[in-house]
Design a protein around this ligand. Sequence first.
Ligand SMILES: Cc1cc2nc3c(=O)[nH]c(=O)nc-3n(C[C@H](O)[C@H](O)[C@H](O)COP(=O)(O)O)c2cc1C
Length: 177
Amino acid sequence: MNPALDPVWRRRSVRRYLPGRPVGEEAIQDLLSAAMAAPSACNRRPWEFIVLTESERLAAVASLLPNGGFLAEAPLGIVVLGDIARAHAGELSYLLQDCSAAIENLLVAAAAMGLGACWLGVHPRADRIAGLRRLFSLPEAIVPVAVLAVGHPAEAPEPRTQFEPERVHRNGWPGRA
Ligand SMILES: Cc1cc2nc3c(=O)[nH]c(=O)nc-3n(C[C@H](O)[C@H](O)[C@H](O)COP(=O)(O)O)c2cc1C
């Protein structure tokens, strides 16, 4: 694996964090800057971020995520949302693609910075979207996409790719013109 791409290989889902170790303000700024360096359709940048550092707020969001209870033990959570009014052509698909690009940038940046992070799915689960809408009294145009749990890692999953040669097709679809 090319060492130039180390943060990509080291970006693994980290679900346990060192207690009592907050993520500093400078690091939070770097993570958000990385997220907002992502490409977006027509450069519309429809993303919005809610930064969670208060333990009650982290616990409240964690309680809305059936597979994200460990967010309550993280020092930092970042809710990623999109503004449909700012998405290219007002299309949800562009909003989701743009926010996903920002999320992946943030996760790779976290790995490069020695932090551990995990993507917690929200969209398209209606109950999770509704829960976040209610908790934060979100305006109608704002679509919750995902929540990211971030902290100093208390586990170290192996860096890896999951490269599968059979998923790669050269110059066309197999068996088709
Ligand atoms: C859209 C999406 C939703 C996810 N939701 C959750 C989740 O709710 N809880 C969780 O622990 N991991 C979640 N993950 C992380 C995946 O489980 C993880 O990326 C996958 O198992 C591969 O492992 P890796 O991230 O270590 O490479 C999600 C990932 C994506 C892309």
